[in-house]
Design a protein around this ligand. Structure first.
Ligand SMILES: Cc1ncc(COP(=O)(O)OP(=O)(O)O)c(N)n1
Ligand SMILES: Cc1ncsc1CCOP(=O)(O)O
Ligand SMILES: [Mg+2]
Length: 492
């Protein structure tokens, strides 16, 4: 893994050393390596010279910008960033101007401040993520939320790629009591993310919101190649804790706000999803070896080798053609007392009484989760990182699948492979769940995957393309289920 290099460029009117230290501590705590340029009291020529020195430092993965005090510094920096981004298009620029408010920044006409105007015109088009504090004025949460999303959309029109309005205090009603939470709202062209955390007052150990630590944390996580949604979640968890380590306590992580929840309803989120919560638990937290196959013939072959968790994943037939396969699959699952999951075809799974269904993130928008839950089927959900794991956790499925761990030839994946370190982090964070690792897991890789503590390893080609599938299953079972008791599971 290449080193995560973060450059920080800022001038602080007060508390310089304290703030710079907080930045660098954050970067170190989260596994990055920071290089800092302080712009304070620098002449324009000296500022340009400092930036030229930075060019000689190791290439940045992300650049964090804090307070920039003068119009010419803004112009010099914007010019520098434009040139640097041309040379290194992968680089991300995170900007947290601290003293500027969302409302001021989002004004379309001039604010009367030439500095703010210069920031909007010159700097924002070079910025990937702008982080602004939310004004705490309104007692009406829905209005505050609506105004915030409008302000963010205005800012996006200035050319910044994504905007996060951070730690907005939202009051809402739950169980006849008024609750107060801190809400982060992030919007870019592809996504809108809402994260809720306990209010700052109820978290005495939380870090100072106005110290620039959020953007340093975000920059450091992005520098390690985490996508923006995951980086937001980790940065928020870091702010919510006091420890100077990568966050790993679930209490510190935010909750993803979904429609059909008390908070989601009160924020006026549109209900596109038929969501249900708290699915039937699996009969074990350790689902063991989990072959995923595309024919009834393969189901029977793996069942004959003692497999107790398996999935029928058919991608090349019409729904009508699949009916008989699902029927036969359910019958086999019963005969072998195995946990049979049906991928995608949740209606057929309900109709024919499968043990469970496996669905992906996109299915959350279209599948009827209420019907799946009411039918008593177990639900497995795919996830591809922190954000999706927390989103799945809101629904409390029967298991969470974590993927893809290694490159896979079986499915075109839009995301990058997670790798073992991330898998270990997810396994530690979600250890109370049945977890399934999937994607590119070969016989040779299975021991390291199992050692992360996930109770189940799902494979396709490790079995279906093995020269001797029976031997492959025996060896995989020995790795994943060393103390397998082969308990009956369908006699409930
Ligand atoms: C155990 C397990 N994990 C993940 C997947 C992938 O499911 P999904 O995201 O729905 O993608 P498709 O399999 O439908 O292509 C899975 N099937 N099983
Ligand atoms: C269905 C699926 N979802 C994520 S990776 C994957 C395919 C896993 O197949 P293989 O074990 O052959 O990499
Ligand atoms: Mg699917």
């Amino acid at each position: 893994m290449t080193e995560a290099i973060i450059w920080t460029i800022a001038s602080f009117a007060a508390r310089d050393n304290e703030t710079n230290l907080a930045d660098l501590n954050t970067i170190n705590a989260l596994g990055g390596c920071g290089y800092h340029v302080s712009t304070k009291r620098l002449s324009d020529a000296d500022f340009s010279a400092e930036l030229a020195v930075l060019i000689a430092a190791p290439v940045a993965s992300t650049i964090k910008i804090g307070v920039i005090e003068t119009i010419t510094h803004v112009e010099i920096l914007a010019d520098f960033l434009k040139r640097y981004k041309k040379q290194y298009p992968e680089i991300s620029v995170i900007y947290e101007p601290l003293s500027l408010s969302l409302a001021d920044m989002a004004m379309t006409e001039s604010t009367g401040s030439m500095l703010v105007d210069a920031i909007k015109i010159c700097l924002l088009p070079c910025v990937d993520v702008l982080i602004l504090p939310q004004e705490q004025g309104s007692a009406d949460s829905i209005r505050l939320f609506t105004e915030t999303t409008q302000a963010i959309n205005t800012l996006l029109s200035f050319g910044v790629k994504g905007v996060c309005a951070k730690a907005m205090t939202v009051k809402y009603h739950h169980d006849n009591k008024q609750q107060s939470i801190a809400l982060d709202v992030y919007i870019d062209a592809q996504r809108e993310i809402l994260l809720s955390s306990p209010s700052v007052l109820s978290r005495p150990s939380a870090r100072d919101e106005n110290s620039g630590v959020f953007s340093s944390a975000l920059a450091t996580v992005i520098a390690q190649d985490y996508p923006i949604d995951d980086a937001l979640v980790v940065a928020r968890a870091y702010l919510n804790q006091s420890a100077e380590t990568w966050p790993n306590n679930r209490n510190d992580f935010p909750q993803v706000v979904l429609p059909n929840t008390v908070l989601g309803d009160q924020l006026g989120l549109v209900q596109q999803m038929q969501l249900a919560y708290d699915f039937a638990p699996c009969d074990t937290n350790r689902l063991g070896l989990y072959p995923v196959v595309d024919t009834v013939e393969w189901l029977e072959k793996v069942l004959q080798q003692g497999v107790k968790t398996l999935q029928l994943r058919i991608k090349d037939k019409t729904p009508a053609e699949v009916v008989e396969d699902v029927q036969a699959a359910v019958a086999l699952g019963r005969q072998y007392q195995a946990r049979l999951f049906i991928n995608d075809y949740w209606q057929l799974a309900i109709e024919h009484g499968a043990y469970g269904v496996h669905l992906g993130q996109e299915d959350m928008l279209i599948a009827d989760f209420v019907a799946i839950k009411q039918a008593g089927l177990k639900l497995g959900l795919s996830t591809h990182g922190y954000y999706e794991i927390l989103r799945a956790h809101q629904i409390k499925p029967s298991y969470i699948a974590l993927g893809h761990i290694y490159p896979t030839v079986t499915k075109d994946m839009p995301s990058k492979p997670q790798g073992l370190q991330r898998l270990q982090r997810y396994a530690d964070l979600m250890q109370d769940y049945p977890l399934v690792a999937i994607g590119g897991i070969s016989l040779a890789r299975a021991p390291q995957v199992a050692a992360t503590g996930v109770g189940s390893v799902a494979v396709v080609t490790a079995i279906t393309r093995a020269t001797d599938y029976q031997q492959a299953i025996a060896e995989l079972l020995a790795i994943v289920e060393p103390q397998s008791s082969l308990a009956c599971v369908n006699d409930e």
